[in-house]
Design a protein around this ligand. Structure first.
Ligand SMILES: C[S@@+](CC[C@H](N)C(=O)[O-])C[C@H]1O[C@@H](n2cnc3c(N)ncnc32)[C@H](O)[C@@H]1O
Length: 262
């Protein structure tokens, strides 16, 4: 299944998988981009709306638009962030006029775009000259603790199939790759950075249960395993994280890029 298809899923399952990192990440991305009052902003690949909600709080809902191709996520975003225009659309074909926004942001999205160059071109087209474009992607190869541990555990139990599925291999997620995409799109004053966030878990089962729903590439991989391998994956992930019956927190790192539309 193509990675992007795995997000046609329940918003609640997404919240419990990685959505729990969304709020601090959104605050960091908004700060990194320099989005402030008076601006009009677009959230591309909004999902259930973590960044949309943060933008609406900062700018007022009427000054925020959001787009995502996943029907359940668009529906959840509309309910969660009233007053924001939420459209079902892909980054590669944004239904907005040229230069509509002062800022276009994409949180954890660019690596899932079937045509990232086209998506970035569209984000630039709908942003006014001098406006800001910013994005972040997980550091899957190291700093995103839960997903790195998940794929390392997956390599233990099903080395063949996990090799292709591992999100650590996705384009634009290595350090410096996102800023390179921004420069190649003709953005100016490109800045690179990183954001470190944390999320809390009640216990290991709180972390594990969303994987079994099939949401996101990691969940889709987990749900595709036979019961024996799924149980082995559960145990390998638990061992790698050293998590048990009590509460714990994990850290996650995302790479960022921001630049100005020429
Ligand atoms: C990891 S989620 C991030 C969601 C949200 N931005 C957040 O921070 O929680 C990736 C999102 O990218 C969306 N997506 C997938 N393909 C896309 C495309 N071609 N254009 C825009 N968004 C896309 C998915 O539907 C999903 O909502």
């Amino acid at each position: 299944m193509p990675h992007a298809e795995t997000f046609r899923a329940s918003a609640d399952a997404y919240d419990r998988l990685v959505g729990r990192y969304g709020e601090p990440l959104a605050a960091g991305l908004i700060g990194f981009a320099g989005v402030g009052p008076g601006m009009r902003a677009l959230d591309v690949g909004c999902g259930p709306g973590a960044l949309t909600a943060a933008l609406a709080r900062r700018l007022r809902p009427a000054r925020v638009s959001a787009a995502d191709p996943s029907e359940p996520f668009v529906e959840a975003c509309r309910v969660r962030v009233p007053g924001v225009e939420v459209v079902r659309a892909s980054a590669e074909a944004l239904p907005f006029a040229d230069a509509t926004f002062d800022a276009a942001l994409a949180q954890l999205v660019v690596n899932f775009l079937p045509d990232a160059e086209a998506g970035v071109r569209e984000m630039a087209r709908v942003t006014r000259p001098g406006g800001v474009m910013a994005a972040c992607v997980w550091d899957y190869s190291s700093g995103m603790t839960v997903l790195r541990a998940f794929w390392d555990a997956a390599h233990e139990v099903d080395p063949q199939r996990s090799a292709d599925a591992d999100e650590g291999h996705m384009h634009w997620c290595g350090e410096g790759e996102l800023p390179e995409l921004w420069r190649a799109a003709g953005l100016t004053g490109v800045r690179a950075g990183s954001l470190d966030v944390r999320a809390a878990y009640a216990d290991f089962e709180d972390l594990w249960s969303p994987f079994t729903t099939g949401v996101a590439p990691s969940g889709a991989f987990c749900a595709s395993l036979d019961p024996e391998r799924r149980s082995a994956l559960h145990d390998a992930l638990q061992r790698r994280l050293g998590a048990g019956d009590g509460p714990f927190e994990l850290t996650a790192r995302a790479w960022t890029a921001a630049g100005r539309v020429g």
